[in-house]
Design a protein around this ligand. Structure first.
Ligand SMILES: NC(=O)c1ccc[n+]([C@@H]2O[C@H](COP(=O)([O-])OP(=O)(O)OC[C@H]3O[C@@H](n4cnc5c(N)ncnc54)[C@H](OP(=O)(O)O)[C@@H]3O)[C@@H](O)[C@H]2O)c1
Length: 246
């Protein structure tokens, strides 16, 4: 499959890095910044000058521009056959209307796709080849279009929230004398192991298993409660949803 990225920003880069070696070829355009050429050089693809040329060369277009550029990009792309839209807060219906002759799929990936451990929410009906390609990037979940905002808040934005938690815990360890890099390594590996465990155990069970009564973890969880950690995460999800919904 030949994949054409229209837009070569952060999300296109994450997907293209994950797709290296998994597709026949990748081509890229940008809005004039030169990011398409940089990304193509990094992942082994080709930067093209116009979206019209890209449309003629590819099997599927990955639309990775900001939502406001949908109309311009669609006009420049003309009669493409298949479109994967990454546009945040932009319904499948709206993108389909901009590409009336194409098979359109809405996709919300998160940054984990870069290491093929992403979560990818999909609305629409990707054909088997496209579904297989998305599967190389991580865990694919079919989702009604109407639930994309809520899903985006917990899987699109959450890598940043979790990264903050990792950073804060590692910084606290470093403040008590651990080497900074070692502290980060300890917390990152702990996060990876905890994620595996959370696949088979409920979060409350994991908390209970670590926090023996009167112990140090219990003291830590009590401090998190006092400082409003749960409320802070809830507020983060609400704020992300608020921004998405304008
Ligand atoms: N970042 C995330 O984690 C994430 C996750 C899921 C979905 N998304 C969605 O993915 C889309 C892109 O987000 P991003 O964070 O990657 O944005 P970004 O870094 O700003 O990248 C946008 C890219 O679009 C290019 N562009 C603008 N107009 C164009 C046109 N007419 N033809 C070709 N390229 C054009 C820009 O060109 P220049 O380089 O010349 O400016 C830039 O390369 C958004 O709709 C966003 O909602 C993002």
């Amino acid at each position: 499959m030949i994949v054409g990225f229209v837009g070569s920003g952060s999300m296109a880069a994450a997907m293209a890095r994950g797709l290296r070696g998994a597709v026949e070829a990748m081509v890229f355009t940008d809005g004039g910044s030169g990011r398409a050429a940089t990304l193509a050089a990094e992942v082994g693809g080709e930067a093209l000058t116009t979206n019209g040329e890209l449309a003629e060369r590819v099997d599927v277009v990955v639309l990775a521009v900001k939502p406001a550029a949908l109309g311009t990009a669609a006009a420049e792309l003309g009669g493409v056959k298949a479109v994967v839209s990454l546009l945040g807060a932009t319904s499948l219906e709206k993108v389909s209307a901009a590409f009336p002759r194409a098979e359109v799929v809405r996709l919300m990936p998160n940054v984990g796709v870069e290491v093929r451990k992403g979560v990818l929410c999909v609305a629409g009906d990707p054909d088997p080849a496209l579904r297989e390609m998305l599967g190389t990037l991580g865990h694919v979940v079919d989702l009604p279009d109407s639930q994309f905002d809520a899903a985006t808040a917990v899987m699109g934005c959450a890598p940043a929230y979790l990264a903050l938690a990792v950073e804060a815990i590692a910084d606290a360890g470093a403040a008590d004398g651990l080497d900074e890099e070692l502290a980060r390594e300890l917390v990152v590996e702990t996060t990876a192991g905890t994620a595996e465990l959370l696949r088979v155990r409920h979060p409350a069970d994991v908390r209970k298993a670590v926090a023996s009564p009167g112990g140090s973890t219990e003291a830590g969880l009590e401090a998190l409660d006092r400082e409003g950690a749960r409320e802070a995460f809830e507020a983060a999800v609400r704020a992300s949803l608020g921004r998405m919904r304008g």
